[in-house]
Design a binder for this molecule. Structure first.
Ligand code: BGC
Length: 416
């Protein structure tokens, strides 16, 4: 069935003015994976905002970084005929839900009333719209090719932020000598994938484009990919023995405490540093993964609404609240991300947030902005998982670099 015909225009009965401030005695049930300290605090900003508009909050948290478990729970609920009012979702999953189920509510009326077309950056709109219709409200833009460094550990390792692969290795060696774990890492496929994509980007934007976006078998199985896997093995040698299964926020805590030197992670990690009252430039340093300055791998958390006639008033109020410029500022300052609108001022954001806002705009102009593979913005889930299988196996020593590159070609081909 075509998506357009499957869409029920849940908003048609609503007077447009209802999006503004009318108090409605309705609840929204929201499925999400924001369970770390800073994530929960950011979510609190949304809950309070909705509360002030008369919309109650029914929490449906599903722990698990990058939403891996949340997507499994969501599917089970929808299949069981019990869809939540709204769900947090990433990139290709949004397209997939729209295409395969046609159960997502149409947000066109609220989007038109509030002019979303003019303020949401085009790379985000690619995921917020399906068949020309708005089906998701983007709450933020995250970016994954960051490194978060303990400032004291960096000073003790020479004080220079590494800008190239070779400089990175020098700093990591020094940190090891100084008796700390150089890299805080959590061994979960999506975290291995987050490091991998930064390493791929570090080999050049053309290479990221051919290997990750175009899935060119020559790039996937060629000498540069072998080099990527060599670098992954090198990074593995700086990780502590207990990394397996560790949650990303516990890895952040290791850097915050000075037990570890640095973490390669998306800017949701910054939320944890801020929550621990750390100050950028004083207690920690944010920088682009070495060799990826001026380049950005992005992902955006968006809320989709499941088509439920009787909940539509609250759903549209929630969509409107998510897109409110003041809310986008307040929320993203806490979350570590940057606003999903081009018209929100960077005032109030810390130095890393301002860098994030600037980097995104510049990379978008310069053609060095790409979707994150590990966070659902480069390929559909089946292909992403095929990458993860090989990346994690190689990181854990099951494949040498040459074999891993060959396996990658096969796994991606099979998943297409
Ligand atoms: C989401 C972030 C979240 C992170 C860790 C990412 O995929 O975009 O909002 O904080 O996963 O769970």
């Amino acid at each position: 069935m075509a998506f357009t015909t499957a869409l029920k225009t849940t908003v048609s009965a609503l007077a447009l003015s209802a999006f503004a401030t009318t108090a409605m005695a309705e609840d929204v049930e929201v499925l999400h994976w924001w369970t770390s300290g800073s994530e929960a605090e950011a979510l609190g900003v949304l809950k309070d905002d909705l509360g002030s508009k008369g919309v109650g909050w029914n929490d449906m948290p599903v722990a698990g970084g990058s939403g891996v478990e949340a997507m499994t729970v969501l599917r089970a609920r929808v299949v069981g005929g019990d869809a939540p009012t709204a769900a947090q979702m990433l990139g290709f999953d949004i397209k997939d839900w729209a295409e395969s189920t046609g159960q997502l509510a149409n947000l066109d009326a609220v989007a038109a009333e509030e002019g979303w077309d003019d303020v949401v950056p085009a790379p985000l709109q690619d995921f917020s719209k399906f068949d020309g219709h708005w089906i998701a409200a983007p709450v933020n833009v995250h970016s994954t090719n960051w490194v978060w460094i303990n400032k004291k550990a960096l000073d003790q390792a020479g004080g220079k932020v590494p800008e190239s692969w070779d400089e990175l290795v020098v700093v990591l060696d020094k940190m090891k000598e100084n008796g700390i774990t150089p890299i805080a890492h959590g061994g979960q496929p999506w975290q291995d994938g987050t490091v991998f994509e930064a390493v791929v980007l570090g080999m050049g934007t053309d290479f990221y484009n051919s290997a990750i976006i175009e899935l060119d078998p020559e790039a996937l199985g060629g000498p540069q990919m072998v080099e990527v896997f060599d670098r992954m093995s090198k990074l593995r040698s700086y990780v502590d023995d207990n990394f397996s299964g560790r949650d990303w926020n516990l890895a952040s805590t290791m850097v915050i405490n000075g037990d570890a030197g640095m973490q390669f992670m998306g800017d949701w990690a910054k939320g944890e540093f801020l929550k621990a009252e750390q100050v950028p430039g004083e207690d920690f340093v944010c920088a682009r993964f070495p060799g990826t300055q001026g380049e950005v791998l992005f992902n955006s958390d968006q809320f989709v609404m499941f088509d439920q006639g009787d909940a539509s008033d609250a759903q549209m109020l929630m969509a409107s609240a998510v897109m409110d410029p003041k809310f986008q500022s307040a929320f993203n300052i806490v979350k570590g991300s940057v606003p999903a609108r081009t018209d929100v001022s960077g005032d109030g954001f810390d130095a890393c947030g301002q860098k994030g806002i600037g980097d995104f705009a510049e990379a978008n102009e310069a053609g060095s902005l790409f979707g994150s593979l590990a966070h659902g913005h480069a390929q559909p889930t089946a292909i992403k998982n095929a990458f993860f299988d090989v990346i994690t196996a190689q990181f854990n020593g099951d494949y040498d670099s040459q074999t891993a590159a060959e396996e990658l070609v096969n796994a991606v081909e099979a998943a297409k």
